[in-house]
Design a protein around this ligand. Structure first.
Ligand code: THU
Length: 133
């Protein structure tokens, strides 16, 4: 893939993640998160965080996107973009990293801050010794 195509792809994923963030159901934390997941099939699946008054039932934006994709038959993925209203980058939580490393161990995590600076990380940078059976 050319470098430009990669940059365009990352910008599109960030845009979709921002759109998904608008659907966030986060009345408890007031912290809106959006994610956009690019499957190997080249289809994009979005997700937002969905909270619950029983807090432990909350699902993060990243895992919403994976649940949607996997339940539609996807198995392998290339990249996930994650965004929130923070000025700084929003990194995935530990549970999401575990899920991400199950389905996308060689993939990339695309993050953007409020100044529109996009940072790209390898999943393996976060989870070099991920648990697996
Ligand atoms: N959250 C995510 O959606 N993704 C993460 O990786 C970290 C946390 C959500 C869960 C909860 O709704 C809110 O952010 C505050 O923790």
């Amino acid at each position: 893939m050319s470098q430009n195509k990669g940059i365009e792809e990352n910008s599109l994923l960030i845009k979709k993640a921002k759109e998904a963030k608008n659907n966030s159901y986060s009345p408890y934390s007031k912290f809106r998160v959006g994610a956009a997941l690019l499957a190997e099939s080249n289809k994009i699946y979005t997700g937002c965080n969905i909270e619950n008054s029983s807090y432990g039932a909350t699902i993060c934006a990243e895992r919403t996107a994976f649940s949607k994709a996997i339940s539609e038959g996807e198995k392998t993925f290339k990249k996930i973009a994650i965004t929130s209203d923070l000025n700084d980058l929003t990194f995935p939580c530990g549970i999401c990293l575990q899920v991400i490393s199950e389905f996308m161990p060689k993939g990339e995590i695309i993050l953007q801050n409020k100044n529109n600076i996009i940072q790209v990380y390898k999943v393996s940078e976060f989870m070099p010794y991920a648990f697996k059976l």
